[in-house]
Ligand binder design. Structure first.
Ligand SMILES: [Zn+2]
Length: 326
């Protein structure tokens, strides 16, 4: 009987390292940050281990450590005080919003850090939905587009390198791209949250960003996870609308979508969002001694790159980068 022997590839660490062909580095990561108004604030987020909400001054201090770890891309989320929220989320387009302040401060102190901003209304609306609602409580897609474009313009004026619409409104990339181009910001890139699923793995984030919908859920605009082809169609559509980068969210539970999308569109950088719930599942299992957190983190993140992602948005980004250098 003839058979192939694979054990020689795995005989010891050195041999395994030699045959490994997926290596994850600090430059592959995008580190999410939550920013709040005020000064000297560093609030631990109970549901996201090791992650904080920072006022801009403290963000700059923390960012020094992130940059030292080799990470050069961050994704900013604004956490907005209740008195600044309204039905239309109008504070989102304000030049004095905490995100705009953070962009200006970061670009001044760390000009080489790529600043990406989340573009969505849910942190700014008092109902917590990602867009404008009509009298029946349904999302008004087309009315929302102009609001998202205004928000993106404010971030572009503040100096953002890339804006990232996450509202899952149809046509959001096109609307934002046109607004940027018409206002002289064609150097600002767009990363679409192209295939964003209505997922059960967002819970800790909504606590962190204080953006949970007050009523209902987001299933009428985020994707249904029981669809196979729609995710690829959403990615294709964002590319057609002019997205420079695309994204699949969540990551670890949607590796098939990442793999198929990157196979079909190899020329467009694909980001994948290892979500708060996916992150905390590993943390929670490790706390119960069900797995080794460090090893599980490496495996989970490597799997996302192996599937085809160019960039990984992860709460583990710094933890990983500080401990592993290739
Ligand atoms: Zn949203």
């Amino acid at each position: 009987m003839h058979y192939k022997r694979f054990h020689p590839y795995r005989i010891n660490t050195e041999t395994r390292d030699k045959h490994a062909d997926v290596w994850l580095n600090a430059e592959d990561f995008i580190y999410p940050y939550f920013v709040v108004d005020g000064e000297n604030k560093q609030e631990p987020i109970a549901t996201l281990k090791g992650i904080h909400r920072f006022s801009v001054d403290r963000l700059l201090i923390d960012l020094e450590r992130t940059v030292l770890a080799g990470i050069d891309k961050i994704l900013l989320f604004g956490v907005v005080e209740a008195d600044k929220k309204n039905v239309e989320g109008s504070w989102s387009k304000h030049d004095e919003s905490v995100v705009c302040k953070a962009i200006r401060a970061v670009k001044q102190q760390f000009p080489k850090v790529m600043v990406i901003t989340d573009i969505c209304l849910c942190a700014y609306t008092n109902h917590g939905h990602c867009g404008i609602l009509n009298n029946r409580g349904d999302i008004e897609n087309d009315l929302t587009l102009a609001k998202l474009a205004d928000m993106a313009l404010a971030h572009a004026r503040a100096g953002a390198d890339m804006v990232s619409p996450s509202a899952m409104m149809d046509g959001q990339v096109l609307a934002i791209g046109q607004a940027l181009n018409n206002n002289g910001f064609n150097h600002v890139n767009i990363m679409g949250y192209s295939a964003k699923y209505a997922s059960n793995f967002y819970g800790p984030f909504r606590d962190a960003a204080q953006s949970a919908p007050g009523k209902g859920n987001r299933k009428s605009y985020q994707m249904d996870f029981r669809t196979r082809h729609q995710g690829i169609d959403e990615v294709a559509s964002d590319i057609e609308e002019g997205a420079n980068w695309v994204m699949v969210k969540p990551a670890h539970t949607y590796l098939d979508v990442i793999a198929r999308a990157t196979h079909r569109f190899p020329e467009i950088p694909m980001a994948a969002y290892h979500t708060s719930g996916e992150f905390m599942m590993i943390v929670a299992a490790a706390e119960k001694n069900l797995l080794d957190e460090h090893e599980a983190m490496i495996e989970a993140l490597t799997a996302i790159k192996r599937a085809g992602a160019s960039y990984i948005i992860s709460y583990y980004a710094r933890n990983y980068s500080e401990r592993i250098k290739y």
